[in-house]
Design a protein around this ligand. Sequence first.
Ligand SMILES: NC(=O)c1ccc[n+]([C@@H]2O[C@H](COP(=O)([O-])OP(=O)(O)OC[C@H]3O[C@@H](n4cnc5c(N)ncnc54)[C@H](O)[C@@H]3O)[C@@H](O)[C@H]2O)c1
Length: 349
Amino acid sequence: MKILVTGGAGYIGSHTIIDIVENTNHEVVSIDNFSNSEPETFERIEQITGKRVKNYDIDLTAYNSLKELFFEKEGPIDGIIHFAALKAVGESVEKPVEYYHNNLNGMLNLLKCVQKYKVKHFIFSSSCTVYGNADMQPVTEETPTKLPESPYGYTKLIGENILRDFSKTKAGFSAISLRYFNPVGAHSSGLNGELPKGRPNNLVPIVTQYASGWIEDLTVYGDDYETRDGTAIRDYIHVMDIAHAHVLALEYLENQIESKPYEVFNLGTGIGVTVLEVLNSFIKATGMNLDYQIGKRRSGDVACIYANNSKARNSLHWDPKYTIDDAMLTAWQWQEQLNKAKHGDTVHL
Ligand SMILES: NC(=O)c1ccc[n+]([C@@H]2O[C@H](COP(=O)([O-])OP(=O)(O)OC[C@H]3O[C@@H](n4cnc5c(N)ncnc54)[C@H](O)[C@@H]3O)[C@@H](O)[C@H]2O)c1
Protein backbone atom coordinates (compact mmCIF):
# COMPACT_ATOMS: atom_id res chain seq x y z
CA MET A 1 0.00 0.00 0.00
CA LYS A 2 1.00 3.62 -0.38
CA ILE A 3 0.59 5.31 2.98
CA LEU A 4 0.46 9.01 3.83
CA VAL A 5 1.69 9.77 7.33
CA THR A 6 0.71 13.26 8.48
CA GLY A 7 2.95 14.66 11.23
CA GLY A 8 5.73 12.32 10.09
CA ALA A 9 8.46 14.56 11.59
CA GLY A 10 6.83 14.43 15.02
CA TYR A 11 7.46 12.14 17.96
CA ILE A 12 5.02 9.29 17.27
CA GLY A 13 4.84 9.81 13.50
CA SER A 14 8.61 9.42 13.05
CA HIS A 15 8.74 6.20 15.11
CA THR A 16 5.80 4.85 13.13
CA ILE A 17 7.55 5.62 9.83
CA ILE A 18 10.58 3.69 11.11
CA ASP A 19 8.39 0.68 11.93
CA ILE A 20 6.62 0.83 8.55
CA VAL A 21 9.92 1.04 6.65
CA GLU A 22 11.55 -1.72 8.70
CA ASN A 23 8.65 -4.17 8.88
CA THR A 24 6.47 -3.77 5.78
CA ASN A 25 6.64 -3.29 2.04
CA HIS A 26 4.40 -0.24 2.14
CA GLU A 27 5.56 2.91 0.42
CA VAL A 28 5.44 5.81 2.87
CA VAL A 29 5.30 9.55 2.32
CA SER A 30 4.86 12.30 4.91
CA ILE A 31 3.24 15.69 5.27
CA ASP A 32 4.58 17.88 8.08
CA ASN A 33 4.80 21.67 8.29
CA PHE A 34 7.37 21.48 11.14
CA SER A 35 5.22 23.55 13.49
CA ASN A 36 6.43 21.29 16.33
CA SER A 37 9.39 19.46 14.76
CA GLU A 38 12.45 19.86 12.53
CA PRO A 39 13.29 18.60 9.02
CA GLU A 40 16.32 16.79 10.53
CA THR A 41 13.95 14.08 11.75
CA PHE A 42 14.05 12.64 8.22
CA GLU A 43 17.85 12.43 8.42
CA ARG A 44 17.53 10.46 11.64
CA ILE A 45 14.96 8.14 10.05
CA GLU A 46 17.40 7.59 7.18
CA GLN A 47 20.27 6.94 9.60
CA ILE A 48 18.21 4.24 11.34
CA THR A 49 16.47 2.62 8.34
CA GLY A 50 18.76 3.45 5.42
CA LYS A 51 15.78 4.97 3.62
CA ARG A 52 14.99 8.59 2.82
CA VAL A 53 11.31 9.30 3.29
CA LYS A 54 9.86 12.15 1.27
CA ASN A 55 8.12 14.91 3.21
CA TYR A 56 5.85 17.64 1.91
CA ASP A 57 6.02 20.84 3.95
CA ILE A 58 2.30 21.58 3.68
CA ASP A 59 -0.10 22.95 6.28
CA LEU A 60 -3.08 20.59 6.37
CA THR A 61 -5.40 23.50 7.02
CA ALA A 62 -4.65 24.81 3.48
CA TYR A 63 -7.00 22.67 1.38
CA ASN A 64 -5.84 23.82 -2.05
CA SER A 65 -2.17 23.15 -1.27
CA LEU A 66 -3.04 19.75 0.14
CA LYS A 67 -4.99 18.87 -2.97
CA GLU A 68 -2.70 20.34 -5.61
CA LEU A 69 0.74 20.00 -4.07
CA PHE A 70 0.21 16.59 -2.52
CA PHE A 71 -2.68 14.46 -3.81
CA GLU A 72 -2.43 15.57 -7.46
CA LYS A 73 1.33 14.92 -7.44
CA GLU A 74 1.58 11.74 -5.39
CA GLY A 75 -1.21 9.83 -7.11
CA PRO A 76 -3.37 7.18 -5.45
CA ILE A 77 -2.96 6.86 -1.69
CA ASP A 78 -4.30 3.67 -0.06
CA GLY A 79 -4.21 4.73 3.56
CA ILE A 80 -3.65 7.74 5.80
CA ILE A 81 -2.25 7.72 9.33
CA HIS A 82 -3.18 11.09 10.73
CA PHE A 83 -0.87 12.24 13.55
CA ALA A 84 -0.58 15.94 12.71
CA ALA A 85 -2.13 18.04 15.44
CA LEU A 86 -1.27 20.59 18.10
CA LYS A 87 -1.09 18.63 21.34
CA ALA A 88 -0.31 20.77 24.41
CA VAL A 89 -3.30 20.64 26.75
CA GLY A 90 -2.42 23.80 28.69
CA GLU A 91 -1.62 25.83 25.57
CA SER A 92 -4.97 24.79 24.08
CA VAL A 93 -6.75 26.50 26.98
CA GLU A 94 -4.89 29.73 26.14
CA LYS A 95 -5.23 29.40 22.35
CA PRO A 96 -8.52 27.59 21.70
CA VAL A 97 -9.10 29.06 18.24
CA GLU A 98 -5.65 27.96 17.06
CA TYR A 99 -6.25 24.44 18.35
CA TYR A 100 -9.75 24.03 16.90
CA HIS A 101 -8.60 25.53 13.59
CA ASN A 102 -5.48 23.39 13.24
CA ASN A 103 -6.77 20.07 14.50
CA LEU A 104 -10.29 20.12 13.06
CA ASN A 105 -9.69 21.87 9.74
CA GLY A 106 -6.67 19.62 9.16
CA MET A 107 -8.86 16.57 9.71
CA LEU A 108 -11.73 17.89 7.56
CA ASN A 109 -9.43 18.76 4.67
CA LEU A 110 -7.92 15.29 4.75
CA LEU A 111 -11.37 13.69 4.70
CA LYS A 112 -12.38 15.86 1.73
CA CYS A 113 -9.33 14.46 -0.06
CA VAL A 114 -10.20 10.92 1.09
CA GLN A 115 -13.53 11.43 -0.65
CA LYS A 116 -12.12 13.01 -3.78
CA TYR A 117 -9.16 10.67 -4.25
CA LYS A 118 -10.85 7.46 -3.01
CA VAL A 119 -8.50 6.67 -0.12
CA LYS A 120 -9.59 3.37 1.50
CA HIS A 121 -8.19 3.47 5.03
CA PHE A 122 -7.69 6.05 7.76
CA ILE A 123 -6.10 5.82 11.21
CA PHE A 124 -6.62 8.70 13.63
CA SER A 125 -4.45 9.56 16.66
CA SER A 126 -6.88 9.91 19.51
CA SER A 127 -6.18 10.01 23.21
CA CYS A 128 -7.29 8.58 26.56
CA THR A 129 -8.22 12.17 27.38
CA VAL A 130 -11.65 11.36 25.85
CA TYR A 131 -12.44 9.24 28.96
CA GLY A 132 -11.95 12.21 31.32
CA ASN A 133 -12.31 11.28 34.98
CA ALA A 134 -13.75 7.80 34.39
CA ASP A 135 -15.76 6.12 37.15
CA MET A 136 -14.12 2.68 36.73
CA GLN A 137 -10.53 1.61 36.00
CA PRO A 138 -9.16 0.21 33.78
CA VAL A 139 -11.09 1.89 30.97
CA THR A 140 -12.33 -0.20 28.05
CA GLU A 141 -13.46 1.10 24.67
CA GLU A 142 -17.01 0.78 26.03
CA THR A 143 -16.32 3.17 28.93
CA PRO A 144 -18.43 6.25 28.21
CA THR A 145 -16.48 9.26 27.00
CA LYS A 146 -16.83 12.43 29.06
CA LEU A 147 -16.85 16.08 28.13
CA PRO A 148 -13.15 16.99 27.85
CA GLU A 149 -11.45 19.44 30.20
CA SER A 150 -9.61 21.31 27.42
CA PRO A 151 -10.00 22.48 23.81
CA TYR A 152 -7.31 19.92 22.90
CA GLY A 153 -9.44 17.14 24.38
CA TYR A 154 -12.45 18.41 22.46
CA THR A 155 -10.52 18.27 19.19
CA LYS A 156 -9.84 14.57 19.85
CA LEU A 157 -13.44 13.75 20.77
CA ILE A 158 -14.85 15.78 17.86
CA GLY A 159 -12.22 14.26 15.52
CA GLU A 160 -13.41 10.77 16.50
CA ASN A 161 -17.05 11.76 15.93
CA ILE A 162 -16.30 13.26 12.52
CA LEU A 163 -14.48 10.10 11.48
CA ARG A 164 -17.24 7.79 12.76
CA ASP A 165 -19.95 9.76 10.93
CA PHE A 166 -17.87 9.98 7.75
CA SER A 167 -17.17 6.21 7.80
CA LYS A 168 -20.88 5.42 7.79
CA THR A 169 -21.34 7.29 4.53
CA LYS A 170 -18.52 5.77 2.49
CA ALA A 171 -18.74 2.29 1.02
CA GLY A 172 -15.30 0.67 0.77
CA PHE A 173 -13.79 2.98 3.40
CA SER A 174 -12.78 1.87 6.87
CA ALA A 175 -11.22 3.78 9.74
CA ILE A 176 -9.78 3.32 13.20
CA SER A 177 -9.25 5.70 16.09
CA LEU A 178 -6.36 4.67 18.33
CA ARG A 179 -6.67 6.07 21.84
CA TYR A 180 -3.09 6.46 23.09
CA PHE A 181 -2.44 6.52 26.81
CA ASN A 182 0.94 8.11 27.69
CA PRO A 183 3.55 7.51 24.95
CA VAL A 184 7.13 7.46 26.30
CA GLY A 185 10.63 6.29 25.38
CA ALA A 186 12.67 6.42 22.20
CA HIS A 187 13.98 4.18 19.43
CA SER A 188 16.29 1.43 20.75
CA SER A 189 19.23 2.98 18.83
CA GLY A 190 18.85 6.11 20.98
CA LEU A 191 18.97 8.08 17.70
CA ASN A 192 15.34 9.22 17.58
CA GLY A 193 13.04 10.37 20.33
CA GLU A 194 10.79 13.12 21.59
CA LEU A 195 11.94 16.68 20.90
CA PRO A 196 9.10 19.20 20.99
CA LYS A 197 9.82 22.85 20.25
CA GLY A 198 10.14 24.91 23.44
CA ARG A 199 9.58 23.57 26.94
CA PRO A 200 8.17 20.05 26.88
CA ASN A 201 4.77 19.32 28.39
CA ASN A 202 5.11 15.58 28.92
CA LEU A 203 6.69 14.09 32.04
CA VAL A 204 9.51 12.04 30.48
CA PRO A 205 11.13 14.76 28.32
CA ILE A 206 10.76 17.11 31.30
CA VAL A 207 12.68 14.59 33.44
CA THR A 208 15.44 13.98 30.87
CA GLN A 209 15.86 17.69 30.08
CA TYR A 210 15.89 18.54 33.80
CA ALA A 211 18.53 15.86 34.44
CA SER A 212 20.61 17.50 31.68
CA GLY A 213 20.24 20.99 33.09
CA TRP A 214 18.14 22.22 30.16
CA ILE A 215 15.27 23.13 32.44
CA GLU A 216 15.53 24.31 36.00
CA ASP A 217 12.67 22.74 37.88
CA LEU A 218 11.00 19.39 38.21
CA THR A 219 7.62 19.60 39.89
CA VAL A 220 5.36 16.70 40.78
CA TYR A 221 1.83 18.08 40.59
CA GLY A 222 0.02 16.75 43.65
CA ASP A 223 0.99 14.10 46.20
CA ASP A 224 -2.40 13.96 47.90
CA TYR A 225 -4.33 11.82 45.41
CA GLU A 226 -5.90 8.61 46.67
CA THR A 227 -3.24 6.43 45.07
CA ARG A 228 -0.56 4.16 46.59
CA ASP A 229 1.99 6.99 47.00
CA GLY A 230 -0.30 10.00 46.59
CA THR A 231 0.85 10.90 43.05
CA ALA A 232 -1.25 10.53 39.89
CA ILE A 233 -1.40 7.21 38.06
CA ARG A 234 -1.01 6.96 34.27
CA ASP A 235 -0.44 4.21 31.74
CA TYR A 236 2.99 4.81 30.12
CA ILE A 237 3.29 2.99 26.81
CA HIS A 238 6.54 2.78 24.84
CA VAL A 239 6.47 4.76 21.59
CA MET A 240 7.78 1.76 19.60
CA ASP A 241 4.85 -0.33 20.86
CA ILE A 242 2.51 2.48 19.81
CA ALA A 243 4.25 2.70 16.42
CA HIS A 244 3.87 -1.02 15.80
CA ALA A 245 0.16 -0.88 16.59
CA HIS A 246 -0.25 1.36 13.52
CA VAL A 247 1.38 -1.25 11.28
CA LEU A 248 -0.99 -3.88 12.73
CA ALA A 249 -3.97 -1.56 12.35
CA LEU A 250 -3.16 -1.07 8.65
CA GLU A 251 -2.96 -4.84 8.23
CA TYR A 252 -6.28 -5.21 10.06
CA LEU A 253 -8.00 -2.66 7.85
CA GLU A 254 -6.61 -4.29 4.72
CA ASN A 255 -7.56 -7.86 5.71
CA GLN A 256 -10.79 -7.16 7.51
CA ILE A 257 -13.12 -10.09 6.97
CA GLU A 258 -16.24 -8.61 8.54
CA SER A 259 -16.70 -5.13 7.25
CA LYS A 260 -16.58 -2.74 10.19
CA PRO A 261 -16.38 0.79 8.83
CA TYR A 262 -15.20 2.33 12.11
CA GLU A 263 -13.55 1.00 15.26
CA VAL A 264 -11.79 2.33 18.34
CA PHE A 265 -8.87 0.71 20.19
CA ASN A 266 -7.08 1.55 23.45
CA LEU A 267 -3.28 1.58 23.26
CA GLY A 268 -1.90 1.26 26.77
CA THR A 269 0.05 -1.37 28.71
CA GLY A 270 -2.81 -2.07 31.12
CA ILE A 271 -0.52 -1.12 34.03
CA GLY A 272 -0.97 2.04 36.05
CA VAL A 273 2.28 3.70 37.22
CA THR A 274 2.57 6.65 39.63
CA VAL A 275 4.65 9.76 38.91
CA LEU A 276 7.07 8.84 41.71
CA GLU A 277 7.46 5.35 40.22
CA VAL A 278 8.40 6.96 36.88
CA LEU A 279 11.05 9.07 38.63
CA ASN A 280 12.39 6.00 40.44
CA SER A 281 12.49 4.08 37.17
CA PHE A 282 14.60 6.90 35.67
CA ILE A 283 16.97 6.80 38.67
CA LYS A 284 17.26 3.01 38.37
CA ALA A 285 17.78 3.05 34.57
CA THR A 286 20.41 5.82 34.57
CA GLY A 287 22.01 5.67 38.01
CA MET A 288 21.45 9.43 38.27
CA ASN A 289 19.81 11.31 41.10
CA LEU A 290 16.77 13.55 40.70
CA ASP A 291 15.75 16.39 43.01
CA TYR A 292 12.14 17.26 42.59
CA GLN A 293 9.61 19.42 44.36
CA ILE A 294 5.99 18.72 45.16
CA GLY A 295 3.52 21.25 43.78
CA LYS A 296 -0.24 21.63 43.86
CA ARG A 297 -2.54 19.52 41.73
CA ARG A 298 -3.15 20.93 38.24
CA SER A 299 -6.74 21.58 37.30
CA GLY A 300 -8.03 19.05 34.80
CA ASP A 301 -5.63 16.27 35.89
CA VAL A 302 -7.39 13.03 36.84
CA ALA A 303 -6.09 10.94 39.76
CA CYS A 304 -5.84 7.70 37.86
CA ILE A 305 -6.31 6.30 34.38
CA TYR A 306 -5.03 3.14 32.75
CA ALA A 307 -6.17 0.95 29.87
CA ASN A 308 -7.83 -2.33 29.38
CA ASN A 309 -6.00 -3.27 26.16
CA SER A 310 -7.71 -6.64 25.45
CA LYS A 311 -9.41 -5.42 22.30
CA ALA A 312 -6.14 -4.37 20.62
CA ARG A 313 -4.46 -7.56 21.83
CA ASN A 314 -7.22 -9.81 20.49
CA SER A 315 -8.18 -8.05 17.26
CA LEU A 316 -4.94 -6.42 16.14
CA HIS A 317 -2.72 -9.13 17.73
CA TRP A 318 -0.85 -6.30 19.42
CA ASP A 319 1.54 -7.42 22.13
CA PRO A 320 3.29 -4.46 23.78
CA LYS A 321 6.81 -5.53 24.68
CA TYR A 322 8.55 -2.72 26.49
CA THR A 323 8.56 -1.81 30.18
CA ILE A 324 8.70 1.61 31.81
CA ASP A 325 12.39 0.89 32.62
CA ASP A 326 13.07 0.28 28.89
CA ALA A 327 11.31 3.54 28.09
CA MET A 328 13.34 5.54 30.62
CA LEU A 329 16.62 4.04 29.43
CA THR A 330 15.96 4.77 25.73
CA ALA A 331 14.61 8.26 26.53
CA TRP A 332 17.86 8.95 28.38
CA GLN A 333 20.01 7.55 25.53
CA TRP A 334 18.16 9.92 23.19
CA GLN A 335 18.69 12.83 25.59
CA GLU A 336 22.43 12.02 25.66
CA GLN A 337 22.51 12.39 21.86
CA LEU A 338 20.81 15.76 22.23
CA ASN A 339 23.30 16.80 24.90
CA LYS A 340 26.25 15.89 22.66
CA ALA A 341 24.75 17.87 19.78
CA LYS A 342 24.19 20.85 22.05
CA HIS A 343 27.80 20.76 23.14
CA GLY A 344 29.00 20.80 19.54
CA ASP A 345 30.08 17.16 19.24
CA THR A 346 29.68 15.62 15.83
CA VAL A 347 26.29 13.99 16.34
CA HIS A 348 24.01 15.29 13.65
CA LEU A 349 20.49 16.05 14.75
N1 LIG B 1 2.45 12.42 22.67
C1 LIG B 1 1.39 12.24 23.43
O1 LIG B 1 1.47 12.30 24.67
C2 LIG B 1 0.03 11.95 22.82
C3 LIG B 1 -0.97 11.33 23.58
C4 LIG B 1 -2.21 11.08 22.99
C5 LIG B 1 -2.43 11.45 21.66
N2 LIG B 1 -1.46 12.06 20.96
C6 LIG B 1 -1.72 12.47 19.57
O2 LIG B 1 -0.81 11.82 18.72
C7 LIG B 1 -0.50 12.64 17.60
C8 LIG B 1 1.01 12.76 17.46
O3 LIG B 1 1.55 13.28 18.68
P1 LIG B 1 3.10 13.58 18.83
O4 LIG B 1 3.41 13.42 20.27
O5 LIG B 1 3.87 12.83 17.83
O6 LIG B 1 3.10 15.13 18.48
P2 LIG B 1 4.22 16.00 17.71
O7 LIG B 1 3.89 17.42 17.98
O8 LIG B 1 5.57 15.51 18.03
O9 LIG B 1 3.90 15.64 16.18
C9 LIG B 1 2.86 16.25 15.46
C10 LIG B 1 3.45 16.72 14.14
O10 LIG B 1 2.40 17.29 13.35
C11 LIG B 1 2.89 18.46 12.71
N3 LIG B 1 1.72 19.31 12.44
C12 LIG B 1 0.87 19.87 13.35
N4 LIG B 1 -0.09 20.57 12.73
C13 LIG B 1 0.13 20.46 11.38
C14 LIG B 1 -0.53 20.95 10.23
N5 LIG B 1 -1.60 21.75 10.31
N6 LIG B 1 -0.03 20.63 9.00
C15 LIG B 1 1.06 19.83 8.90
N7 LIG B 1 1.73 19.33 9.96
C16 LIG B 1 1.28 19.65 11.20
C17 LIG B 1 3.90 19.06 13.68
O11 LIG B 1 4.88 19.85 13.05
C18 LIG B 1 4.51 17.80 14.32
O12 LIG B 1 5.70 17.40 13.66
C19 LIG B 1 -1.20 13.97 17.85
O13 LIG B 1 -2.42 13.95 17.13
C20 LIG B 1 -1.48 13.95 19.34
O14 LIG B 1 -2.61 14.71 19.68
C21 LIG B 1 -0.22 12.30 21.49
